[in-house]
Design a protein around this ligand. Sequence first.
Ligand code: ATP
Length: 260
Amino acid sequence: MSLARRPSRPGGPAADVVKNGTAPGAAELCFRARGVTKVYGEGQAAVHALRGVDLDLPEGEMVVVLGASGSGKSTFLNILGGLDTPTGGEVLFRGQDISRANQRQLTEYRRRHVGFVFQFYNLMPSLTARENVALVTEIAEAPLAPEAALAMVGLEDRLDHFPTQLSGGEQQRVAIARAVAKQPSVLLCDEPTGALDSATGVRVLEALKTVNDDLGATTLLITHNAGIADIADRVVLFADGRVREVRVNRAKKQPREISW
Ligand SMILES: Nc1ncnc2c1ncn2[C@@H]1O[C@H](COP(=O)(O)OP(=O)(O)OP(=O)(O)O)[C@@H](O)[C@H]1O
């Protein structure tokens, strides 16, 4: 591993820059990506969304993914989550190649291992918070009780509220509880605070941090908000379909210490 020490950015915590984000011989990797490409469409209309991504992500970390619009962040997250497959290259999850898995294997992988949180909460409006979470726990192998999942995100006193009776931040926390109730190995979050103001977004980040700390789920969080990088163990910067830089924060901030 090649390390260069420098402050991550003015005012931010000190960080180590990891060359290419790869860590040969690293003990326990959750994901190992090599030469990952993704091309949408063909010929003149082809879009090269990923142009050769190499990245190692150790187990259990909180990873913040930054990059300009169109740089390939969501495409890469969707591949890690088994929602999509790469055009080329290799993605290993705990040593298993998910880049060549068939649809049935990907469905099984997602069901057993992956929780998703998106910008919009996609809760069932006719179901309470508890019932929205129970939808998942009824089909999971070793789920948390819906009440326990909702307590983890600070909603133990909102169990019987319907989505319309909850604020945007509370609805997002129900969505997080739903994603983590099956105790996923990996939690993939695409702009989870994108629709929220700063104070509400901080509560959502606190919920994600609790989940990361308590369940140990490797957590990836895409954001356009560079300030959020300060709560991460590792910050991955995408540019033009590639990983431009990976920083490892030596000291993390608490969500309540940041604002935007
Ligand atoms: N299903 C698709 N069909 C065609 N092109 C796509 C598709 N999905 C993404 N793209 C293109 O691939 C490129 C990367 O998109 P992606 O959504 O991964 O970027 P992003 O970094 O997540 O952007 P944003 O921050 O705006 O969400 C973009 O040029 C996008 O238009």
